[in-house]
Design a protein around this ligand. Structure first.
Ligand code: PMP
Length: 457
């Protein structure tokens, strides 16, 4: 029991009274009853400890109940919970100033929201007002939110309903160099590579050209030469940690701008140092977006999101009156401010690079050891392991097999995530405080789970 309530009753209430989607995304046959966390560790109601290698989908960026962040929350809760945009509040102004100092010019106008969906909603509206165009293009497999508007941007039917969720949203082929028709792992910017026969040379990535042609085809077939916005995650998250060929975003941005559109980087999963080499995911693509959207890790799990853009793009939007009751309230800003301080003080970005690269290199050894590990990719602590029936066919590993591996990993004390349009990718996106020792523990457990699975066949 937990605080007098039995596990059976908890499950019953969840089935009866919680939304159906919540039921669906339970990874495990035997559910987990998590009730406490500290940094990279979680405890269930029976006192078992788990190493959290998923951080609630990369949301608990610094670690559960991070002391500095918790202290900031407590202090602000004792001072003031809520005010309104009518008044000036030092906590909010202080945060916004810190945030824009981390972004390149001309990105300096911030709108604070409560979630990533709200942030992308706002970004699309701004793009439409600024350009006078309507259509938006996203990459297949992407996730940009679950609100009626962003559901149109999201390109994964698991998260879509059969209603016209958002008019004017189109998508282009995701430049996935593993599962897609062109390219190989050497086309992308990652510390791990496999040799794969493809038509690319180091200075001329033909795979990239092909995927850009696909985008051109969207203009030729669906979007009549005028576009409001192109949305792209610097590395796809829910889509299965998909990394694009090195120049893809740069060339896509160029094309979209030629067609009168603006470019939006969805940094909800890739931001705040997670990719290790850079603070923002877009920086590795050598582009400056017109709008950057963020959420999840921005406040270490406290509800918050943000849209950052230029004065020029914000202008038509600023002419109307936009109001968001809770967006960027003093508590959220106090927390988010402590998050930025801790990232700097704890040298978090560096840790992501060091531990992430170690993980990637070791995972690549497991890829070479097991037939069912097709691909290992990612940067920093944003890692995907693509599971296949066999290396030859590259068919996705069936769902029940994925569940078996996840369950076994959990039973040995490690929590990891799952994604990809066939649910075939294991996702490693831990709190950014994980150490090399934690990584080694995870690697040993994962190796054992793969071994167990192979033995059982
Ligand atoms: N963009 C990306 C890349 C995401 O991963 C998510 C959440 N999974 C969102 C947007 C939407 O964020 P939220 O759930 O906070 O609305």
């Amino acid at each position: 029991t937990y605080q007098g309530m039995s596990k059976e009753r908890m499950l019953e209430i969840r089935k009866l009274n919680c939304n159906a989607m919540t039921m669906k995304v339970t990874y495990y046959k035997k559910p987990l009853y998590i009730h406490q966390g500290f940094m990279q560790w979680l405890w269930d109601v029976d006192g078992s400890r788990y190493l959290d290698m998923f951080a609630g989908v990369a949301t608990v960026s610094l670690g559960h109940c991070h002391p500095k962040v918790t202290k900031a929350a407590q202090e602000q809760l004792q001072r003031l919970w809520h005010t309104s945009a009518i008044y000036i509040h030092p906590q909010i102004q202080e945060y916004v100033e810190k945030l824009v100092s981390l972004l390149p010019e001309p990105l300096k106008v911030v709108y604070l929201t409560n979630s990533g969906s709200e942030a992308n909603d706002l970004a699309l509206l701004m793009a439409r007002l600024h350009t006078g165009n309507f259509d938006a293009i996203t990459l297949r497999g992407s996730y940009h939110g679950g609100s009626p508007l962003t559901m149109g941007l999201t390109s994964n039917t698991v998260y879509k309903y059969p209603v016209p969720s958002s008019l004017g949203c189109y998508n282009t082929m995701c430049p996935d160099v593993f599962r897609g028709p062109w390219g190989g792992s050497h086309c992308r910017d990652s510390p791990v590579q496999t040799v794969r026969e493809c038509s690319c040379s180091p200075d001329q990535c033909q795979a990239n050209d092909r995927y850009i042609e696909q985008l051109k085809e969207v203009f030729a077939t669906s979007v009549p030469n005028r576009i409001a916005a192109f949305f792209g995650e610097p590395i796809q998250g829910l889509g299965g940690t998909v990394q694009y060929p090195k120049n893809f975003l740069k060339e896509a941005y160029k094309l979209v701008r030629e067609k009168g559109g603006i470019c939006i980087a969805d940094e909800v999963q890739t931001g705040f140092g997670r990719t290790g080499s850079h603070f923002w995911g877009f920086q590795a693509h050598d582009v400056v977006p017109d709008i950057v959207t963020m959420a999840k890790g921005i406040a270490n799990g406290f509800p918050m999101g943000a849209v950052v853009t230029s004065e020029e793009i914000a202008r038509p939007f600023a002419e109307g009156l936009h109001f968001n009751t809770f967006g960027g309230n003093p508590v959220a800003c106090g927390i988010a401010s402590a998050v930025l301080d801790a990232i700097k003080e704890d040298r978090i970005q560096e840790n992501c690079a060091v531990v992430g690269t170690h993980l990637l290199k070791e995972l690549a050894k497991l890829r070479d050891k097991y037939e069912i590990v097709g691909d290992v990719r990612g940067k920093g602590l944003h890692i995907g392991v693509e599971m296949v029936k066999d290396k030859e066919s590259r068919d996705p590993l069936p769902s029940d097999a994925m569940t078996e591996i996840l369950e076994d990993t959990k039973d040995m004390g490690v929590l990891i995530g799952r994604g990809g349009i066939y649910g075939q990718t294991l996702r490693i996106q831990p709190p950014m405080c994980v150490t090399k020792e934690d990584a080694d523990f995870f690697l040993a457990v994962f190796d054992q789970a793969l071994h167990n699975y192979t033995e059982r066949r």
